[in-house]
Design a protein around this ligand. Structure first.
Ligand code: FES
Length: 106
């Protein structure tokens, strides 16, 4: 595991989603209030790019069929209607130092 600098805190505002690439791994940064979370970037239902999704009431929403995920741990809050269970997103640790965002990726 190693920490990688992925951007500046000031470049994200509340509700922003930002896709970044760390060592061939695409990571989605999610800012909610003053906290930044990091998950895998593609919906586990049909691989839709979640950087095109949105945040509603503190949850990450896939715009394709509206699966809802918990940004803090990638867990599924609700799968798309009628789809049955879907897998959670991967979750990555995030830290901020001197205004820079770091993500821990293997
Ligand atoms: S692809 Fe995300 S909910 Fe279907």
């Amino acid at each position: 595991m190693a920490w990688y600098k992925v951007g500046k805190e000031s470049s994200m505002k509340d509700g922003d989603l930002m896709k970044t690439k760390v060592n061939e791994t695409e990571v989605l940064l999610i800012k909610i209030k003053d906290k930044i979370y990091a998950t895998s970037c593609y919906c586990t239902h049909e691989d839709y790019d979640l950087s095109e999704g949105f945040v509603d009431d503190g949850k990450l929403i896939c715009p394709n069929h509206f699966a809802t995920f918990e940004p803090a741990d990638g867990s599924v809050v609700s799968p798309p209607e009628g789809s049955g269970d879907i897998s959670p997103l991967k979750s990555y640790k995030v830290k901020s130092e001197n205004g820079e965002i770091f993500v821990e990726v293997t």
